[in-house]
Design a protein around this ligand. Structure first.
Ligand code: GLN
Length: 315
């Protein structure tokens, strides 16, 4: 067993959960009504180890939109499908140092990385680009579902419609990328943005998302079904970029303090990967000023205080 005293470990996670439950702070995303209306008291913490041991506390079976967490998954399945060489013709590997929805390109004229909007939109333009939008959506969500060990993956159409109608910035980013010839040939900007909004509106639960994180922790093999989901190379690339770019403008601080690959989304989830050990999902809707889950960040700091999971704890 990867964690010999799993019972004891769960007891410690439960204590963190109970301490967090008492904390108030942050504010739900309010750029679309669907996110602002979610009960801010929800708090869920789920753990899935690479050998399939599970524990969960709180609201771990309530669906939430994965939002920007989809960016990490889209990159992973893209690289597994098309290879890193091809995918990186359309995006870079460098932290941007600016907000996730800033308009801009790196020194090579490409979006900085796949974890922020320009790179994520570029990523969507590449994913199975020669197929119909319907097939591309099916493909991506089937891959998510495989990574989640066939557990819950849903779709919020209301969120998708709202995203799309409040999307001036993302359209501006899209046009900017188009102007700078970032997209592949014959790419439809509208279909690309639709796919991007749709994949942001995919739902998971903390339980199913912990399995997704555990699949990444396990080199792309789902620990509960043993299915091979994404290639080991793709996982290596994905975790590297989650480590350096996964937490918006807090990424450097997160790498320093927490030292784990992670990706956060504006609905309040954080997918956390302890490579070779476990996947974790923490979900609490209120966000801090940088757009990360307020209690999610606290969770990670408390976790790292108790356990030597920081990538450089052991050196
Ligand atoms: N749908 C959101 C957007 O592009 C995703 C943002 C996020 O989770 N940071 O605005």
């Amino acid at each position: 067993l990867i964690i010999p005293d799993f019972q004891g470990f769960c007891g410690e996670i439960k204590k963190i959960y109970e301490d967090l439950k008492k904390v108030k702070g942050g504010k739900n995303a309010d750029y679309i009504p669907q996110l602002s209306r979610v009960n801010p008291n929800y708090l869920g913490v789920s753990v899935c180890t690479v050998d399939g041991q599970r524990c969960s506390f709180g609201d771990t079976d309530i669906p939430f939109c994965i939002q920007s967490c989809s960016k990490a998954l889209n990159y992973a399945i893209n690289v597994a499908e098309h290879g890193p060489g091809f995918v990186h013709k359309f995006l870079g590997k460098e932290p941007s140092g600016v907000g996730f929805n800033q308009i801009g390109l790196d020194k090579n004229g490409l979006p900085h990385n796949p974890m922020i909007n320009p790179g994520a939109i570029s990523c969507c333009s590449v994913l199975k680009k020669d197929e119909s939008l319907a097939d591309r959506f099916d493909y991506a969500t089937n891959e998510y579902k495989k990574m989640a060990g066939e557990e819950f993956i849903g779709f919020s159409n209301a969120t998708f419609l709202s995203e799309k109608s409040e999307a001036d910035r993302n359209f501006a980013i899209g046009y900017y990328l188009k102007e700078h010839n970032v997209f592949p040939e014959n790419c439809s900007l509208f279909e690309t943005l639709d796919l991007y909004f749709q994949l942001c509106s995919v739902e998971a639960t903390a339980d199913s998302a912990s399995v997704i994180s555990a699949t990444l922790a396990n080199g792309g093999v789902c620990p509960t079904t043993k299915e091979v989901c994404v290639t080991a190379d793709s996982v290596r690339n994905t975790l590297s970029l989650m480590y350096s770019c996964g937490m918006y403008d807090y990424s450097g601080e997160w790498a320093f303090e927490v030292g784990l690959p992670a990706k956060s989304g504006v609905a309040g989830s954080i997918f956390i990967v302890v490579p070779g050990v476990m996947g974790i999902c923490v979900w609490s809707p209120p966000l801090d000023e940088l757009g990360n889950s307020y209690r999610g960040i606290l969770f990670a700091k408390m976790l790292i205080k108790k356990f030597a999971f920081h990538q450089f704890d052991t050196v």
